[in-house]
Write a protein that binds this ligand. Structure first.
Ligand SMILES: Cc1cc2nc3c(=O)[nH]c(=O)nc-3n(C[C@H](O)[C@H](O)[C@H](O)COP(=O)(O)OP(=O)(O)OC[C@H]3O[C@@H](n4cnc5c(N)ncnc54)[C@H](O)[C@@H]3O)c2cc1C
Length: 455
């Protein structure tokens, strides 16, 4: 890295705050364009919720009929992970909820993301928390961050991307923001079970198709798949709740079985909590981990195939919230846009996924189907009230329904590539993100392998 450093000041072209799926891809995109790029990440790992919450898979690279709509850097990540044996690639979603899922090995994914950041020349600062925005005349000029060992650091940059998931930079810079009270989505901790008798689970699924979503594949074709995704077990969950074994009443759980590894990722815990309140968040995390333990016991006792399995990992509490604060952008994507599969002239990413809102106090979730491929316009990334800053990932401007759809990891990565490329173009040409020629940005994205709809 050739950024000029004094004791605690770093001069950069592009600052990316947050090293989750959106931020990692944004930093790779900016670094590859030759920008001095600094990525600050509060935790000690890259990948955010995807790696830290041991998610079942990346959703969703395809539209409803199998056309790939997200490629570019996100696809390169999948390709590199596949070479290491860390993903079987895009697979049919056997729950029928979406067209494809892309299961990932969370440990190997971290290696891949770190290597790609290094290859792109990004200066990665782990254990470094964004603290304060440096704003001059309404323009973000950088930030003050706090490292865990070396104290405070000032990072000055020509353009910045807020990929903190919680719009931490935008809020600190005085931009308009909404949400964060924890009403929008339940918090959950996923967990993995090792030593699963996969054949016994598949036998149960085949013998009890009525216990699974009606769209699910439940027949013999599940055998031989490297990863089986299944959504149901409602009868067993109900019996477990009545017997006091399941800690909360759930109508269904989402289970991904890595068949060769005899490992299952289980998504079933949930509680309410305010992700922006440390006290509320701590309480929720403690409750969720208790639930994970209790549900693992329930699985051992009630669910065929799990009697000899054991709880092998729980997701990290820092990544338990699905939604928090978002920016108010120059455009706010809406549920109407989602239902209509709306297209935009300034689209910089595409998405196709139902809006799902996990009810913190009920047994299931609210689902709104997508009417078609939804474009994510560039204006959703421009926070009102501050210049020099873009948002990417789940904190972009969207109402509750639209956000429930575009928050999944593939669109977050696609937004990251768009925001990182935009920030690089701005830094190199001296224009502010709001003044950037969007059609030029779209051309650059397409040149870099991004799939965009052209009317
Ligand atoms: C329980 C659960 C299950 C889910 N299931 C799925 C699924 O099956 N498939 C799917 O595709 N999506 C799923 N999602 C949604 C998806 O994981 C997230 O919406 C997506 O990962 C968001 O990506 P992001 O990069 O915007 O944010 P994040 O992944 O949250 O990354 C934000 C990063 O910013 C960092 N950060 C925050 N504040 C600061 C700060 N002040 N300074 C520095 N760094 C900071 C964080 O540590 C984090 O690394 C799930 C989410 C949850 C919570």
């Amino acid at each position: 890295m050739d950024e000029k450093r004094s004791a605690s000041v770093i001069e950069a072209d592009v600052l990316v705050a947050g090293g989750g799926t959106a931020g990692a891809v944004a930093a790779i995109a900016a670094g590859r364009r030759g920008c001095r790029t600094v990525l600050i990440e509060e935790s000690d790992m890259i990948g955010g919720t995807l790696t830290g919450q041991v998610l079942q898979h990346i959703s969703s690279f395809h539209d409803g009929v199998g056309n790939q709509i997200i490629a570019g850097i996100p696809q390169q990540i999948v390709d590199r992970l596949a070479k290491l044996g860390g993903t079987p690639g895009h697979m049919p979603d056997t729950t029928g909820y979406s067209w494809s899922v892309t299961p990932v090995d969370h440990e190997l994914l971290q290696f891949v993301l770190e290597q790609m950041l290094r290859d792109a020349g990004v200066h990665v600062m782990l254990n470094t928390r964004f603290e304060r925005a440096l704003v001059e005349d309404g323009v973000l000029r950088g930030c003050e961050a706090l490292t865990s060992r070396s104290g405070p650091v000032t990072i000055r940059a020509a353009a910045a991307v807020d990929a903190t998931g919680d719009a931490a930079v935008a809020a600190a810079a005085g931009a308009q923001c909404v949400g964060g009270g924890g009403q929008e989505q339940a918090m959950s901790i996923l967990f993995t079970m090792a030593g699963v008798d996969v054949d016994a689970v598949l036998d149960y699924i085949q013998q009890h198709p009525e216990d699974f979503r009606s769209t699910s594949v439940t027949g013999p074709e599940l055998r031989g798949l490297p990863v089986v995704t299944i959504w149901g077990f409602g009868a067993l969950l109900g019996a477990g709740a009545r017997a006091g074994e399941a800690p909360i009443l759930r109508g269904e759980m989402h289970v991904s079985l890595w068949t060769q590894r005899r490992m299952a990722v289980v998504n079933v815990t949930r509680t309410a909590g305010d992700p922006l309140s440390d006290e509320s968040r701590s309480e929720a995390i403690l409750q969720l981990r208790q639930q994970a333990l209790a549900f693992s016991r329930f699985l051992q006792k009630r669910v065929p195939g799990f009697a000899g399995a054991y709880l092998s990992k729980t997701g990290r509490g820092a990544f338990a919230h699905r939604a928090a604060r978002k920016i108010v952008g120059d455009y706010t994507l809406t549920g109407e846009d989602l239902r209509g599969g709306r297209r935009f002239d300034d689209a910089v990413a595409q998405s196709f996924f139902p809006s799902d809102r996990h009810d913190a106090r009920g047994p299931s979730m609210l689902v709104v189907d997508s009417g078609g491929v939804l474009d994510i316009p560039y204006r959703c990334m421009l926070p009102r009230g501050v210049e020099g800053l873009l948002a990417a990932g789940r904190c972009v401007s969207a109402d509750t329904v639209a956000s429930g759809s575009i928050r999944v990891t593939a669109p977050c990565m696609a937004m990251g590539q768009a925001a990182g490329t935009a920030a690089a173009l701005c830094a190199q040409s001296g224009v502010s993100p709001r003044a950037l020629d969007v059609q030029l940005l779209r051309q650059e994205l397409v040149r870099d392998g991004v799939l965009l709809y052209t009317p």
